[in-house]
Design a protein around this ligand. Structure first.
Ligand SMILES: [Ca+2]
Length: 568
């Protein structure tokens, strides 16, 4: 039987069951050819390519026929602060490229965020405002009109290895090959979150790792989140199905060779190697499960210990990593936050804090595995003479709260640790050893990749290309950026994770304003109060700033394309 004592973790597991995708870019006209080879060798040509003078850009395009390869490494639920424990990412990517230290996610949840990555649009435009039916991968409209397809159309060979948008493969326990991919290695939901037992769709053919029955049952579990006409699953649904599919106290096999971030990393390396002699440029997107929780086995089935599990080679090492405890950790006074948060987030018990520490060790361990493969990929790109023509992107789909404001592990909420994501670019045309502090958003990422590729968007882009920002931060006009979670994570209010309630908001370099669907509001002075402890919305001195931000927020929640770019 499933242990009911783990209900709270089970609720968290539900959260895990739905997570990923999307991104857009404003004008197709913005997408000027920015050949990687050219970008790497002549900054003048880069200027021409990005500057916008049509004739000169056309000349540059002709001169620089070869487009750069693009390798995207997208981790899952990685907090920005975790990058400090990834030495290869720092040395080989950040120091060799440009690191954005103030990049935020417009909707910090797996599926809406990944939908933004592949569309370049805010969630209110791409429509994926949740992980579960009627949202998720199968709820996305115009699913073939996405970044990989645009890149493919402009001459790229495209590949995905790892986690796709939430729900993928669970509708028919198989999954299709999404439009826009030449090579497909998608992990089926929710087996994608198990680090040793999972199912992959390899160009249409299924392959399993670990215990095949256990892995296939994980996929069956995910049906709850994609079942047409079925409301978002409640705890009873989850536990009921789990009881029919799994034996108590058994959590699949745990063989070192099957560690998912290593397996998907190795598959990615094989694909990169295969591209060495290719005439066409490649777009390879590696989306390892790290550092996402392992959901079903832990939250629902009660496996004790670290969540996720680190690779065996780092089981001892990770003990040295101490859970960060910023001033907002286990926040003493929640009276300034929305009432629902105060009601549903009690002070963290010592047992909960101990579990957060264990989970932190596992999370960092899983990211160390990613870091190992980043080094291998860079080495391979150099060895195969592709490095100088490859732009590498390192990014997480959303951030992670682990004890801040009493949240026992979650994203979704509008607080900094949840919103902020690592975003690093390295390669031809990208400034070297540069740190950019200007605020950017995940709505900008697709626009950026399209510009690098000289490809056209098939959807109106809500963001702006970030190469010019990297090259001249000071000339970048400050923006008010939208944040939005217009639908609750779960519909069933009896679930433990009730704090994941709908809100919209706006963030500027100095301020954050959030309005919950209840009408409650929060305002933080990010310069004076970076940990968001003091909600100053009621201070008469802030009436003007509140009114201005509320106005911006209203426009941002319905903006489209260029109207999404607005002053703070
Ligand atoms: Ca995620």
């Amino acid at each position: 039987m499933v242990s009911l004592s783990r209900l709270r973790r089970a609720a968290t597991a539900l959260l895990v069951m739905g997570t990923l995708l999307a991104l857009i870019m404003p004008a197709a006209a913005d997408a000027r050819p920015a050949s990687a080879a050219c970008l790497g060798t002549a900054s003048q040509k880069v200027d021409v390519a990005f500057a916008g003078s049509t004739g000169r850009a056309a000349a540059a395009e002709k001169a620089c026929a070869k487009k750069p390869n693009i390798l995207v490494v997208m981790t899952d639920d990685q907090a920005l602060a975790d990058v400090k424990y990834m030495p290869n990412v720092r040395k080989l990517l950040a120091q060799k490229g440009t690191q954005f230290t103030n990049a935020i996610d417009s909707f910090p949840l797996c599926c809406p965020a990944r939908a933004t990555f592949i569309t370049g649009q805010y969630a209110h435009n791409h429509g994926v405002v949740g992980n579960f039916w009627p949202y998720g991968w199968y709820g996305m409209k115009d699913r073939g009109n996405i970044l990989p397809a645009w890149l493919q159309k402009s001459g790229y060979t495209t590949a995905l290895i790892g986690k796709w948008l939430n729900g993928y493969g669970s509708l028919d326990e198989h999954g299709e090959i999404p439009k826009g991919f030449d090579t497909w290695r998608g992990l089926l939901d929710v087996s994608a979150y198990d680090y040793y037992n999972y199912v992959m769709n390899q160009d249409g053919k299924l392959r399993t790792w670990g215990d095949a029955d256990f892995a296939r049952n994980l996929v069956k579990m995910a049906y709850l989140q994609v079942k047409p006409g079925f409301p978002r699953p409640g705890l009873t649904d989850v536990l009921g199905l789990a009881n029919t599919l799994f034996k108590p106290g058994y959590w699949g096999t745990e063989e070192e060779k099957n560690y998912s971030p290593d397996v998907t990393g190795t598959v990615t390396e094989g694909l990169i190697k295969d591209q060495a002699k290719a005439k066409k440029p490649f777009f390879v997107w590696w989306a390892p499960s790290a550092s996402h929780r392992e959901d079903v086995a832990t939250t629902v089935l009660g496996r004790p210990g670290r969540d996720p599990r680190p690779p065996k080679r780092y089981e001892e090492l990770v003990k040295k990593y101490q859970l960060p405890k910023p001033p907002s950790f286990n926040e003493a006074d929640m009276s300034g936050k929305a009432k629902k948060l105060g009601q549903t987030l009690p002070l963290l018990t010592q047992a909960k804090q101990d579990q957060l520490q264990l989970d932190y060790e596992g999370r960092i361990g899983s990211l160390l595995a990613v870091d190992d493969h980043v080094a291998k990929m860079v080495k391979l790109l150099k060895k195969t003479n592709q490095m100088k023509n490859t732009v590498i992107v390192f990014v997480s789909d959303n951030g992670w709260l682990q004890g801040e404001h009493r949240v026992p592990g979650d994203k979704f909420l509008p607080y900094e640790e949840s919103l902020k994501v690592p975003f690093i670019l390295a390669g031809p045309g990208v400034p070297v050893d540069r740190t950019v502090g200007v605020q950017v958003s995940n709505v900008d990422f697709a626009a950026t990749l399209l510009q690098i590729a000289g490809a056209k968007a098939g959807r109106t882009q809500d963001g702006i290309p970030l190469i010019p920002v990297a090259r001249n931060e000071k000339k970048t006009a400050p923006r008010a950026l939208g944040i939005e979670a217009p639908s609750p994570l779960f519909l069933n209010d009896t679930l433990p994770q009730q704090w994941d309630q709908p809100y919209t908001g706006v963030r500027t370099a100095d301020w954050k304003f959030v309005e919950w669907k209840t009408g409650e509001t929060e305002l933080y002075d990010l310069k004076k109060d970076p940990y968001e402890i003091n909600n100053v919305v009621g201070d008469p001195a802030n009436a003007a700033i509140k009114a201005r931000l509320q106005g911006r927020m209203k426009k941002l929640t319905s903006c489209k394309g260029k109207s999404c770019t607005m002053k703070p």
